[in-house]
Design a protein around this ligand. Structure first.
Ligand SMILES: *[C@@H]1O[C@H](CO)[C@@H](O)[C@H](O)[C@H]1NC(C)=O
Ligand SMILES: *[C@@H]1O[C@H](CO)[C@@H](O)[C@H](O)[C@H]1NC(C)=O
Ligand SMILES: *[C@@H]1O[C@H](CO)[C@@H](O)[C@H](O)[C@H]1NC(C)=O
Ligand SMILES: *[C@@H]1O[C@H](CO)[C@@H](O)[C@H](O)[C@H]1NC(C)=O
Ligand SMILES: *[C@@H]1O[C@H](CO)[C@@H](O)[C@H](O)[C@H]1NC(C)=O
Ligand SMILES: *[C@@H]1O[C@H](CO)[C@@H](O)[C@H](O)[C@H]1NC(C)=O
Ligand SMILES: *[C@@H]1O[C@H](CO)[C@@H](O)[C@H](O)[C@H]1NC(C)=O
Ligand SMILES: *[C@@H]1O[C@H](CO)[C@@H](O)[C@H](O)[C@H]1NC(C)=O
Ligand SMILES: *[C@@H]1O[C@H](CO)[C@@H](O)[C@H](O)[C@H]1NC(C)=O
Length: 509
């Protein structure tokens, strides 16, 4: 009888306990906080939701920013003026000497036009660029620079039969052609009338027409580019955001004669898949179509832009060094053995194959990081890490560039041809620096600074608040419940609570 009575009270007590609204509410709060805890600690749902605003989708702000980028690029051009050509030709000087002039600063306005959105999460467009002069005196300053059309023509014609070369020579001799030209900076950059170029244009019009009226380093940069680019919008998978899928419908170019090197990989540098910056050992890739090559950037240090923390990535020196793994970037030699390749000197990258055979090599400014013999072959070059290195400061969360500078130097290779005297005393294979540019992001408008600021601080604060808040609430609920249970047990000495009491006794004693 007695034990039955006791059982009754136990049951009654238990049901009372469970019916207690207080316990229910605490349990509900505890469960919700557990849910938030799991969401914020174990999944990326919060971040992914924010990041999804980067997806290039019609009708969004990020689409408008993408189509008409409000932050402009600033181009600073530095030109090498050859100051001792006469002395060198007459033998008084044994090395050519250059004087670096500039910067001549232009601001680039870029638009993405003829935009076509595809259903599979890609988007195709062409770029329209224009340049406005900002500073420097390019109209009036004269520079003495290598005659690029001439050096290109010689390199092109040097494999012709000797009689063809003699005829060509005869034609050229009527033109009063010089190896070095005296031009204004502005003409050199944006185009000048050149007799030789006009003749080459007439010659080439049959098979592979030269595309521009006049010759200049940047002729053709203005206006709508021919290339149609297809990039991933990130709609299907954020891990591919901004990655270039195709250029002119091809995902593999036909330049280097090797599938690995011909593959188009990387973004255009205006954005990166946020996943790329989660792991600092993952390099960033920017595909540069003018080089037919992706350039890689490696994480270097934490930095900040306008007080907003950023990740500083630096262009790796390997970008222009050919390691044995990517020797496919060395052009194939012309000859009977088609698998033989010739690598250019260390620190230069041969873009001849990518630029319809022009003997052009790319390097870092002033041959920074290049073979010492290159630096010493010309007087007046002073490679300097701080001045000549390229970097990118990315937002720690959005992976968007907030500051950056990419620097490249254009060089021309001198090829001598028997029977063509124009190269004077210059040796065959000599590499002449022409100019370099520093391409930086303009100062961010306040609107963007605010967006970046919010994206860092507000989001971090919200996330931390939710992370630690959910832990705190969850622990409090557990405590509240266990205190409740404990009080309950102490008052009733219930067998159900024995273990709890034992536990408590252990703690107390
Ligand atoms: C470039 O070099 C030439 C030859 O030494 C000189 O006459 C000219 O003034 C230099 N240009 C500038 C802008 O200094
Ligand atoms: C996406 O669709 C476009 C147009 O239909 C097509 O050119 C492209 O190859 C497709 N891309 C992929 C990755 O399937
Ligand atoms: C270049 O041209 C300017 C003006 O025509 C002249 O003053 C200068 O001496 C020339 N420099 C050279 C190196 O020929
Ligand atoms: C980061 O990337 C490197 C190289 O890609 C890889 O070896 C490493 O396992 C990655 N680390 C993490 C934590 O994913
Ligand atoms: C961007 O980088 C340049 C070059 O290092 C630096 O001079 C400039 O102060 C940076 N801009 C900001 C806003 O940090
Ligand atoms: C061609 O060159 C490659 C690499 O240098 C070499 O392995 C191969 O034997 C050469 N083939 C012939 C036919 O000479
Ligand atoms: C660059 O490549 C071209 C072929 O594309 C080749 O003729 C030239 O010799 C190479 N130049 C150097 C410096 O390797
Ligand atoms: C590199 O340039 C910076 C800035 O002009 C200068 O302070 C530094 O001394 C230079 N370093 C070398 C090794 O010339
Ligand atoms: C108390 O714990 C012991 C062992 O730790 C177990 O055998 C016993 O069943 C528990 N009692 C209750 C009421 O849960």
């Amino acid at each position: 009888m007695k034990s039955e009575e006791k059982n009754e009270t136990v049951k009654k007590d238990q049901s009372n306990f469970l019916r207690n609204w207080y316990v229910w509410i605490i349990s509900m709060i505890g469960l919700s906080s557990l849910f938030l805890l799991v969401t914020f600690w174990c999944t990326n749902i919060f971040q992914d939701t924010i990041l999804s605003s980067l997806i290039i989708q019609k009708g969004t702000t990020s689409f408008d920013f993408w189509e008409r980028p409000p932050v402009k690029l600033i181009y600073k051009f530095y030109i090498f003026n050859y100051t001792n050509v006469e002395d060198f030709e007459s033998g008084k000087a044994n090395k050519l000497r250059v004087q670096q002039l500039g910067p001549y600063i232009y601001r680039e306005t870029k638009k993405r036009v003829n935009v076509q959105i595809h259903e599979n999460g890609t988007i195709s467009y062409q770029e329209e660029k224009s340049y406005q002069w900002e500073s420097g005196n390019p109209e009036n300053e004269m520079v003495v620079v290598p005659n690029i059309p001439l050096l290109a023509a010689i390199s092109y014609f040097r494999n012709l039969h000797i009689t063809a070369k003699l005829l060509l020579n005869l034609g050229l001799s009527t033109l009063n052609i010089k190896t070095f030209l005296n031009l204004t900076v502005s003409d050199f950059l944006w185009g000048y009338d050149d007799n030789l170029y006009n003749i080459l244009k007439a010659f080439s019009s049959l098979q592979d027409p030269l595309p521009y009226e006049r010759f200049g380093i940047l002729v053709g940069s203005n206006g709508i580019s021919k290339d149609r680019i297809t990039i991933n919008t990130g709609f299907n998978d954020m891990n591919y955001l901004g990655i270039i899928e195709k250029i002119n419908g091809k995902s593999i170019q036909n330049i280097w004669g090797d599938e690995k090197c011909d593959k188009i990989y990387g973004t255009d540098g205006s954005m990166f898949p946020p996943k790329w910056i989660n792991n600092y050992s993952t390099p960033l890739y920017i595909y540069v179509k003018e080089l037919c090559k992706p350039l890689s950037f490696h994480f270097h240090e934490y930095s900040n832009v306008h007080g907003i923390p950023s990740l500083r990535y630096k262009m790796s020196m390997d970008s222009l060094k050919i390691s044995s793994t990517d020797s496919c970037f060395c052009p194939k030699t012309v000859g009977h053995n088609t698998s033989e390749r010739k690598c250019p000197p260390t620190g230069t990258f041969n873009v001849s194959a990518c630029n319809s055979g022009l003997p052009i090599l790319i390097s870092f400014p002033n041959f920074y990081g290049a073979d010492q013999s290159l630096i010493e072959s010309i007087d007046g070059l002073k490679p300097n890490e701080t001045l000549h290195e390229s970097f990118l400061d990315l937002h720690q969360f959005l992976a968007l560039p907030m500051n950056g500078s990419s620097k490249m130097q254009l060089n021309i290779e001198v090829r001598r041809a028997i029977g063509m005297p124009y190269t004077g005393k210059m040796k065959d294979g000599m590499i002449l620096p022409i100019m370099w540019y520093d391409n930086t992001l303009d100062i961010l408008p306040q609107k963007f600074i605010n967006i970046f600021f919010d994206a860092h601080f507000v989001i971090t604060i919200i996330e931390r608040a939710f992370r630690w808040g959910s832990v705190l609430v969850f622990l409090s609920c557990i405590c509240a419940l266990s205190i409740k249970v404990r009080n309950h047990c102490i008052h009733r000495h219930l067998p159900l609570c024995e273990n709890v009491s034992v536990g408590n006794k252990l703690i107390e004693g």
